[in-house]
Design a protein around this ligand. Structure first.
Ligand code: BGC
Length: 249
């Protein structure tokens, strides 16, 4: 077994676990610590170090992968839509490598989830163009063509139906904030996914994020040309994909 290690930084919780990279599965139970507030890069890196310390048998993992909700280009964070603005322009690869005392590679959270679903999850059998959308506090996206990830697509921030920032209108947080019924929310998702379908012509949509466990309440309400399925790894996709992308470097 080739072992990796993935950490997924979310708005409320930071979770990590060793990952069997061949099988795309967690090795044992994941460990979670509430994300510190304010969630500055330094504070979050210290929590990540505590998570790694919880698994003393992972010292031989060559490089740890960390998923964050931001654009990450060559290890440098470039955006901060739902996180502390001090992440912007931080060399997160260098910071995490220093604080953890181990080599670390940081990637976008939706890209990590997308890679997990593409390699070992709901899109495993699809060789064409896969668009993974995570619905949570924000909307994350991953675009994978023939197994190759196009990173940092940020489709959550598209303008749709006159709404300048799609995630403010149709993420899970919008459903909760506005107390929308599943039907009302699905009507917004219909507009959003139809737009993605028009601009991308994907072969498959995969829907991730915590709400994917309730997928039967809203996916059947959508009418699209493209098949749309729930993510397989749900809340572990970020950890699994971070470990895989971390190992690739
Ligand atoms: C961020 C993305 C992130 C997504 C899901 C968006 O607000 O801009 O980088 O992938 O939220 O966390």
């Amino acid at each position: 077994m080739v072992m990796g290690f993935g950490i997924d930084i979310g708005g409320t919780g930071t979770k990590g676990a060793p990952v069997d990279l061949d099988a795309g599965k967690l090795v044992g139970e994941r460990f979670r610590i509430p994300t510190p507030q304010p969630a500055t890069p330094q504070a979050v890196a210290e929590v990540a170090a505590q998570i790694v310390a919880h698994f003393p048998d992972t010292e031989e993992v060559p490089r740890i992968g960390v998923a964050i909700p931001a654009v990450v280009q060559r290890g440098v964070a470039r955006s901060a839509a739902n996180i502390d603005t001090s992440w912007i322009d931080t060399d997160v690869d260098a910071l995490f490598t220093e604080v953890l005392g181990r080599e670390v590679h940081v990637v976008n959270d939706a890209d990590a989830a997308g890679v997990a679903e593409n390699d070992h999850g709901a899109a495993r059998k699809e060789e064409g163009l896969v668009c993974v959308i995570t619905l949570g506090t924000g909307i994350g996206s991953a675009l994978i063509s023939g197994g190759t990830l196009v990173p940092n697509t940020e489709f959550g921030h598209l303008e749709v139906a006159g709404h300048p920032n799609a995630e403010k209108w149709c993420a899970t947080s919008a459903r909760e904030r506005e107390d929308l019924t599943w039907q009302e929310w699905a009507e917004r998702l219909q507009v959003y996914f139809s737009h993605l379908e028009r601009i991308l012509s994907p072969d498959l949509f995969v829907v991730g994020g915590g709400v994917s466990k309730n997928s039967e309440k809203f996916l059947p309400l959508l009418d699209l040309r493209t098949p749309i399925v729930a993510a397989k790894h749900r809340n572990n996709a970020g950890i699994i994909g971070a470990a895989a992308l971390g190992a690739r470097g």
